[in-house]
Design a protein around this ligand. Structure first.
Ligand code: UDP
Ligand code: MG
Length: 312
């Protein structure tokens, strides 16, 4: 079996020596398979690329695809998949050792049992802050409530894809790529392997809360149109209420002769419903913006140079 390890790297100079050491130790325990490394350098500005080039010079199984700038992890993964799609299976790992390379062993074993997708499922999130755990839980609850295909919670990008699964992901043409959603969408025989997510070995995370929030929006809008439809139901409900309220006001006036008072209630209603209208416009805007990126049909990434590999 020929198995490619796909590792997106963005300013990971500090952690790469640890990564090399740990992965090589794991691969030595699997002598019956051939492994290659496919590193996607996502526009790093530190010494990452040079470090990788040094390694690739000594070891021809180390392939490097260097993108022309930072395109984000989702684009980097897509680039890596298209360069690694010739292998029998692709294993996606983070460079920072948060997805322990020891997972390669059960992944390969499950693959040989006939599974197309083997994903790592985090059993504990002790390394994450309370806010991160809480926001992740909210995201998965919302996502699974509205997405056409629910996603198992606590599954990251760390997974093995068989050749046909990797090719299936590459056939999805969208520009806004929420990879976890795409991996989930393709189906095929899937199994999970539980693991405890480690702390980052060295260096800094590239994700702040603002980036995570935007990523969550991307995930939700890419996988569901329920947020758009919601406003129709809300509109119906409000109209029905307004109609009944109008009847009540009319009855008050005609039957009891009460004067119709209500500057305060008028103000509240105006402010509330202007807010609601702006929110619904915002939701439409979210989708419109995404349609705009889709119709532009720009390439997902641009390659600057490659080492030890040919164009796919
Ligand atoms: N990464 C990338 N491009 C980016 C951000 C991150 O290729 O724009 C890579 C990064 O080098 C690492 C992986 O994606 O190998 C996960 O990133 P990180 O550890 O920062 O995310 P976290 O684990 O904190 O979610
Ligand atoms: Mg990490």
């Amino acid at each position: 079996m020929k198995i490619a390890l796909l590792i997106p790297v963005y300013n990971e100079q500090e952690v790469l020596p640890f990564f090399k050491e740990e992965t090589q130790a794991v691969l030595r325990t699997l002598p019956q398979d051939t492994f290659e490394y496919v590193f996607v350098n996502d526009g790093s500005s530190d010494g990452t690329l040079n470090w990788l080039k040094n390694w690739a010079e000594q070891d021809k199984s180390v392939k490097i695809i260097s993108l022309s700038r930072n395109f984000g992890k989702e684009a980097a993964l897509t680039a890596g998949l298209s360069f690694a799609a010739g292998a029998d299976a692709v294993i996606i790992l983070d460079a920072d050792l948060q997805d322990p390379p020891s997972l390669i062993v059960p992944f390969v074993q499950k693959f040989k049992e006939g599974y197309d997708v083997v994903y790592g499922q985090r059993t504990d999130r002790q390394q994450d802050s309370f806010l991160k755990c809480f926001s992740a839980r909210c995201f998965y609850t919302c996502y699974n409530a509205i997405a056409s295909r629910p996603m198992p919670p606590n599954a990251g990008d760390c997974r093995l894809l068989s050749k046909r699964a990797a090719q299936a992901v590459l056939r999805l043409p969208e520009r806004e790529r929420f990879m976890k959603g795409l991996f989930n969408w393709i189906g095929f025989r899937t199994v999970s392997v539980p693991f405890a997510r480690q702390a980052r070995k060295a260096g800094q995370t590239k994700w702040n809360y603002w980036r995570l929030w935007n990523f969550a929006l991307e995930g939700l809008t890419a996988s569901s149109t329920v947020p758009l439809r919601l406003w129709t139901y809300f509109g119906f409900a409000v109209s029905a209420f307004a109609f009944l309220y109008a009847l009540w006001v009319a009855a008050q006036k005609i039957i009891y002769g009460n004067p119709v008072s209500g500057y305060a209630s008028l103000m509240v209603a105006i402010l509330f419903f202007s807010g609601v209208q702006l929110i619904s416009l915002g939701v439409i805007g979210e989708y419109l913006g995404r349609i705009f990126t889709e119709v532009k049909q720009r390439p997902l990434y641009l390659t600057d140079e490659t080492v030890n590999c040919d164009e796919p």
